[in-house]
Design a protein around this ligand. Structure first.
Ligand code: AMO
Length: 450
């Protein structure tokens, strides 16, 4: 008898089937034992009646939560009053004739039976291998898998080629101190903060490229939006007319991802009682200075002249834009050139500000990007101004000597997107194995941290 998945059982009413899965719940009701069995498709209820099978009943008595089992039985329609509309298989149940234990499980360190897993974040992460099995937690990573898959699909449809960026780099691409140094056989190297320079190199061969990479940020602070290991969804495209082409590509990428989530993750979104963020026809965009001016007018809080938006500014500008336009998204562009990495293109009419941009959604930055410096001489000027060692970015600089047209790109953070879409309160919940200053799988003691 071949295996049937939980959610397909409804197509086998009055037939004998075999299912395999894990015990999610066991409820003893007088003479009957009810089991909720979880497999990769969902959950099905099994009823074990000693009058149907003594041996199945005996085995069911021994079962605990997270036992792996194979159960044979007959699919019955449930009586009208016990239909569970919230369950895909909720109109049927399996009447067990045989229960085989495939693997045992000791008593769990906490209760995983409820619809919500009510655990503090440290406990949730300390036991990731177990908590991941809770349907509501697994849902987070189903949503994330769809986000990443659609990023790939959409860009491939748009003529982008995927490449693999290195994780070990000889130089710091993004600037700043947030970088992990690696002792590379006696040489100094770094864990890649971004595939930035590599995507620009590879772009010169394929015109349009993307990568799905782990990037590493030595974030020394604990915030709800920062990880030290991030899934970065990067894209780069040649022959742009202006930075707005990049903005439009970032917008259509996000729009397509949202559409796919709507189609494929309705169940998961419902579990979290959330609606997808609203992307209107044309996502509003405004310069950093205009955004700061708006915030000042709106609340009197004066962030004008600051080099960037802080988290409060990001929240406020998103609220203002939402009120004005209905959009949950906004692009902010035009940051002070000297405050951003050397590769960002200065606005030729006002070179103090650049053509870099960020995409914000409901108060959180989802993506950065913009136009890049493509002219070799200008690039070399920037290398000097930014006090970079040209020898360390030789591959990149050589590439840019040879005919690089106007170009740009962007990067979306997969965890930030997942966090925001499911309205999770901490980005760690949206990272399957989150790394931060306090954790590599287990919590680090202060000794290990120093
Ligand atoms: P940036 O540094 O803004 O840009 O990163 C791009 C996106 O990655 C996510 N992100 C993070 N998520 C969680 N924790 C972090 N510590 C973290 N750091 C970044 C955010 C962010 O918007 N090279 C440029 C991209 C480009 O210009 O193409 C870059 O890396 O969602």
């Amino acid at each position: 008898m071949s295996r049937v998945l939980a959610t397909d059982a409804k197509d086998f009413v009055e037939k004998e089937i075999s299912i395999k899965g894990w015990v999610r719940l066991r409820r003893d009701h007088g003479k009957l034992i009810f089991l909720d069995i979880r497999d990769r498709s969902g959950i099905i209820q099994v009823v074990v009646n000693p009058q149907v099978s003594q041996s199945a009943y005996k085995n069911a008595q021994a079962l605990g939560v997270e036992y792996a089992v194979e159960i044979k039985g007959r699919v019955n329609k449930r009586p009208e009053n016990s239909i569970n509309k919230d369950l895909e298989s909720g109109r049927v149940e399996l009447e067990a004739t045989e229960i085989k234990i495939l693997a045992k499980a000791p008593v769990l360190p906490f209760d995983m039976g409820g619809e919500d897993l009510k655990l503090e974040l440290p406990t949730l992460l300390d036991h990731r291998g177990l908590t991941l099995r809770h349907p509501k937690i697994a849902a987070i990573f189903k949503v994330q898998a769809v986000i990443i898959d659609e990023f790939r699909n959409y860009l491939k449809r748009e003529g982008f080629v995927e490449f693999q960026a290195p994780s070990i780099a000889p130089a710091v691409a993004e600037g700043g101190a947030a970088v992990f140094e690696v002792d590379y056989f006696g040489n100094k190297a770094y864990l890649s903060q971004s595939p930035q320079l590599y995507k620009q190199i590879v772009m010169s061969a394929f015109e349009r490229v993307f990568s799905v990479n782990k990037v590493f940020r030595a974030e020394p602070s604990v915030t709800t939006r920062h990880l030290t290991e991030v899934v970065s969804l990067d894209a780069e495209m040649a022959f742009i007319e202006s930075w707005e082409d990049v903005k439009d590509m970032a917008q259509s990428t996000v729009r397509t991802i949202l559409k796919r989530l709507e189609k494929e993750c309705a169940k998961e979104l419902k579990m979290y009682k959330v609606e997808l963020p609203k992307m209107i026809e044309k996502t509003p965009y405004l310069s950093l200075r205009d955004a700061q001016e708006k915030i000042f007018k709106h609340s009197g809080r004066d962030a004008r002249g600051e080099k960037d938006l802080n988290p409060q500014d990001e929240r406020e500008i998103c609220e203002i834009i939402k009120k004005e336009t209905g959009s949950d998204f906004v692009f902010i562009y035009g940051y002070p050139t000297k405050e951003k990495p050397f590769y960002v293109y200065p606005n030729p009419d006002n070179p103090e500000y650049n053509e870099g941009m960020d995409l914000l959604c409901k108060g959180l930055e989802w993506a950065s990007g913009g136009r890049r410096v493509n002219d070799y001489d200008q690039l070399m000027e920037h290398v000097k101004k930014w006090k970079l060692n040209p020898a360390k970015i030789k591959l990149f600089l050589e590439t840019f000597k040879y005919g690089i047209p106007p170009e740009g790109g962007f990067a979306l953070g997969a965890e930030r997107m997942t966090m925001q879409i499911l309205e999770l309160s901490n980005v760690r919940e949206a990272s399957i194995f989150p790394r931060d200053i306090e954790r590599i799988d287990e919590r680090l003691t202060s000794k290990k941290r120093s």
